[in-house]
Design a protein around this ligand. Structure first.
Ligand code: OSB
Ligand code: MG
Length: 368
């Protein structure tokens, strides 16, 4: 794959409903897209960082800088045997996995077209249909949250994840459990608690959650291992897992019983497959997390979710939950039984809507 041209763009995309976590509320996304031209084909990637350095230190500005000043010059004009060849090339840069993933994933998209394969098949996916859940943010009231849960269940989603933080946790879970005793329910704390809250976190056990995601420090493994010994709710790690090495260490010390895999957080399809493999060898279920992606990132998530170890419903849901109009055609839709069908056509299986992408673009830089 000879890289002839790389284009970076930033889009502004308003969410249909604000999304609030323990670290803040998002109303409009800043989406950085990467478009690569190679061997006469076009590949798309998305930087999945948040607007602020709260989920991780990456932001649209840091990603643009790392791409423009390092990753793009290291990639452009060269001939790459496979997308995974970018991994050792990018290794000298510590971290910045979301910037790295955007470029590597665009090459996977090119390769899928070259080999005439669906992206999911190219990356090793075997499932024809993936189970879907939803992540519901903190709302203005518990009544509004319950209303949202009812609406998502009516749409067919197979499990509900709610965001929690001190003051929006036991009261909320109590109410949900009373109303939906059999619901497949989980909670995501995004690092809102500390080891001093162990007794409080033990109280979550009575709600028999599928898991609690990232209760403690965003970069911690050890305290999660200590906490897991004290609580019966399975811990799932998100923020702390940046590589297959992290996954191995976390599992070895008992810091988690499940892992949320995000393509951006681990640095692209190559690393995501390695995390998947480490977990599968150790019987640790994985599922695909979300970062409020536009259609491009969403379709990459769908492809990854077809890997055989993705046995739990992911945070991969329909375009219309996020956007009045997505930037791909068709939009991602979910079946009445809460699944997404894996496209069987070569490439992404969805077409980036160039006209709409152009209209939403607020900055663009082209490298040839
Ligand atoms: O922790 O999984 C998370 C969104 C932004 C940042 C972090 C997270 C999330 C979500 C939303 O939970 C998942 C989605 O619907 O895309
Ligand atoms: Mg999370």
């Amino acid at each position: 794959m000879k890289i002839d041209c790389i284009e970076l763009r930033e889009l502004r995309l308003p969410l249909v409903h604000f999304f609030e976590t323990s670290f803040g509320r998002t109303t409009t996304r800043r989406i950085v897209l990467v478009r690569v031209q190679a061997d006469g084909l076009t590949g798309w990637g998305e930087v999945t960082c948040g607007e602020e350095p709260f989920y991780s230190y990456e932001t649209p500005e840091t990603a643009w800088h790392i791409l423009r000043d390092f990753l793009v010059p290291w990639t452009l004009g060269k001939d790459w045997a496979v997308p995974g060849a970018l991994v050792p090339q990018f290794r000298p840069i510590r971290g910045h996995n979301m910037a790295k993933a955007s470029l590597e994933n665009a090459l996977w998209h090119v390769e899928a077209q070259q080999k005439n394969l669906p992206l999911a098949t190219l990356v090793g996916g075997t499932l024809a249909e993936i189970p879907c859940g939803v992540s519901i943010g903190i709302q203005n009231s518990i009544d509004e949250l319950v209303e949202k849960i009812e609406c998502e269940l009516a749409a067919g989603y197979q499990r509900i994840k709610v965001k929690v933080k001190p003051g929006w946790d036991l009261n909320v879970l109590e109410r949900i459990r009373n109303q939906f005793p059999r619901l497949a329910l989980m909670a995501d704390a995004n690092s809102a608690y500390s080891p001093a809250d162990t007794k409080h976190l033990k109280d979550f056990d009575r709600f028999y959650l599928m898991m609690i995601e990232q209760p403690l420090g965003w970069d911690d493994l050890l305290d999660h291992a200590r906490l897991q010994k004290e609580i019966s709710t399975p811990i799932c790690l998100d923020e702390s897992i940046h590589s297959a090495e992290d996954a191995r260490k976390a599992i070895d010390i008992g810091a988690c019983k499940m892992i949320n895999v995000k393509l951006g957080r681990v640095g692209g399809f190559t690393a995501a497959r390695q995390v998947h493999d480490v977990c599968r060898e150790r019987d640790i279920p994985v599922w695909c997390g979300g970062m409020l992606e536009s259609g491009i990132g969403r379709v990459h998530n769908i492809a990854m979710s077809a890997l055989p170890g993705f046995t739990l419903p992911g945070d991969v849901s329909a375009s219309k939950r996020y956007w009045a109009e997505d930037i791909i055609d068709p939009e991602v839709t979910v079946t009445a039984h809460g699944t997404i069908r894996i496209p069987q056509t070569p490439g992404l299986g969805y077409a980036p809507n160039l006209e709409r992408i152009e209209k939403l673009t607020v900055r663009k830089e082209i490298f040839e």
